[in-house]
Design a protein around this ligand. Structure first.
Ligand code: F6P
Length: 550
């Protein structure tokens, strides 16, 4: 079904049926749903790979799920999925295939773009990354002065930063602890300053990660890093070769920057920036955790890719997660979605998902070029538990907004945790289980009264409950499990974009700000003419110059 021939989503019988069902269901109570079906806690669960998914605490009945799946069928989600896996150019506004799934396709498989099998090229780059990582990890690759590399600084932004930075943090317990690995993204010089101020340049490798190799933040930071290195080493340009490598699709720009294209790790235009950390963009991660662990992570991704590609609708986890989001966003007016990992190692996980989800589905124009009349991507937010419990959980429990949430937890603490800290894991997980319980079932006024609470305090101490959550539980946080989790969310985002009929793979909304920044920048320098900006911006620029004494 092509985008133009599709009926308006909100005019389809499946949408109308869901709206009617929502009205009939009214304020259905999770307490009632569990009372009516004591097996719900086990029946409403799925398993994919190492991930146990409990969706019993959702405001849904069997009928809701059937109607949601009918909406997915009517909008041909699986048709678009198959087109994606086949390498068709489903990113229509950029005329590109969408094949991050090929990045984790096993050696020997066939995925074609424009009639060419891309899998051999994917593995050739992985092999090149492997050889390079091993050289750095073993000390065979040395800097300009012959010193061993002990520090790796990745310079990139957006998808060229968030993925490797998040995965490095997540898999810290698998990293070579003798290496210092840092990530610089912000054009604020403070970022690079803090990253390099205590490093020995002779022991430092910079990885310049940029799909386009034109992104102003990255090129500016890379240029400054090169200046810093050459100054510190009192060396000439030829020192760059041993201290700079590039990850990019743009060999010409890499070479213009002064990096030998032999030291470039390639990827392709069919890999979206926010879907790229399992490509060459993951080089810093591969150096940190080693090639074997990196490949385990790719296998985790692939496992969920295969699940998404082949599992029937009833047991297809990304489909379910996408449809639940649609149920709340489009039929309950939920504006946001919280992702709350109960692992300190997942501290950057939600920030990573923000780009994945919000850059993909934050769009008001459909594939047909017309404005949509329905809500699209939610605001995604959250930080690791238990910290959030002492900050914003109050609003989730007793605020006026409906905030569906994913809780992610692990049965085991990481393997290398100090033995004295292992006992704390049960306390962490007790909180994990308690929160979804409290959110779902709350506390009635009678239960509060039964505790002897003064009547005037009863409303304050009552929890209405009925806040929907998904629980994702795995045995332990391994590279494979991380790959499985990320692929799950990638495909969830895909499902939602397919239903909403938007192109989840472009990002035109980031362009205007870039263009305007280029226009404003010259006006900030001393004595420059202020261009014809709007009244507010002109006044702010004048104020800035005044404060800077310009
Ligand atoms: O500005 C948004 C964006 O294009 C992202 O989609 C991308 O991940 C990021 O910038 C970085 O782009 P590049 O890898 O080309 O430097």
């Amino acid at each position: 079904m092509n985008a133009e021939s599709r009926a308006r989503l909100d005019q389809t019988p499946e949408w109308t049926a869901l709206a009617g069902h929502r009205d009939r269901l009214g304020e259905v109570q999770l307490r009632e749903l569990f009372a009516a079906d004591p097996a719900r806690g086990t029946a409403y669960t799925l398993q994919v790979g190492d991930l146990h998914i409990d969706y019993s605490k959702h405001l849904v009945t069997g009928e809701t799920l059937t109607l949601l799946r009918e909406l997915a069928a009517a909008t041909d989600v699986f048709g678009l999925r198959d087109a994606m896996f086949r390498g068709e150019k489903i990113n229509t506004t950029e005329d590109r295939a969408v094949l991050h799934t090929a990045l984790r396709a096993p050696r020997g498989s066939v995925v074609e773009v424009d009639g060419e099998n891309v899998v051999p090229a994917v593995h050739a780059v992985l092999d090149k990354m492997t050889a390079f990582s091993e050289k750095v990890r073993s000390g065979e690759w040395t800097g300009h002065t012959g010193k061993r590399i002990k520090n790796v600084v990745n310079i990139g932004i957006g998808g060229s930063d968030l993925g490797p930075a998040m995965a490095y943090e997540t898999l810290r317990s698998f990293t070579d602890r003798g290496l210092t690995v840092r990530f610089v993204s912000n054009v604020d010089g403070a970022d690079l300053h803090e990253a390099v101020r205590d490093l020995d340049a002779a022991e430092t490798l910079f990885i310049i990660a940029s799909k386009t190799f034109t992104t102003i933040e990255t090129i500016t930071n890379a240029t400054s890093a090169r200046d810093w290195l050459l100054t510190e080493l009192k060396a000439s340009q030829d020192a760059v070769a041993k201290h700079f490598v590039a990850l990019s699709t743009n060999a010409e720009k890499v070479s213009d920057f002064g990096i030998d294209t032999d030291n470039m790790f390639e990827f392709w235009d069919w890999v979206g920036g926010r879907y790229s950390y399992d490509s060459a963009i993951g080089l810093s991660l591969m150096i940190a955790i080693g090639p074997d662990r990196f490949r385990e992570m790719l296998d985790g991704f692939h496992l969920v890719d295969e699940h998404f590609r082949t599992a029937p609708a009833e047991s297809n986890v990304p489909l379910l997660m996408g449809l639940l989001g649609i149920w709340y966003g489009n039929f309950h007016d939920a504006q946001s979605h919280a992702v709350l990992p109960y692992s300190h190692y997942l501290s950057k996980f939600t920030a990573y998902l923000q780009q994945l989800d919000m850059e993909s589905n934050g769009k008001y124009v459909g594939r047909d070029g017309k404005e949509v009349d329905w809500q699209t991507g939610p605001v995604v937010w959250g930080t690791p538990g238990t910290n959030g419990q002492h900050a914003y959980y109050q609003l989730i429990h007793q605020g006026t907004k409906l905030i569906p949430a994913d809780f992610i937890g692990f049965a085991e603490p990481v393997a290398d945790l100090l033995p004295g800290l292992v006992a704390q894991h049960d306390l962490l997980m007790a909180n994990f289980f308690a929160q979804t319980q409290a959110l779902a079932f709350g506390k009635t006024p009678d239960e509060v009264r039964a505790e002897g609470v003064a009547e005037e305090l009863v409303p304050h101490k009552t929890f209405k409950g009925n806040h929907p959550t998904t629980t994702i539980l795995a045995k332990e946080l391994t590279p494979s499990v991380l790959g499985q989790l990320i692929a799950l969310y990638e495909h969830k985002v895909f499902v939602q974009g397919a239903v909403w009929n938007i192109d989840s793979f472009d990002q035109w909304g980031v362009e205007l700000g870039k263009v305007l920044a280029k226009r404003v920048e010259p006006a900030l320098t001393e004595g420059a003419e202020v261009p014809d900006l709007d009244g507010s911006t002109t006044a702010l620029v004048a104020k800035y110059r005044d404060l800077r004494g310009r």
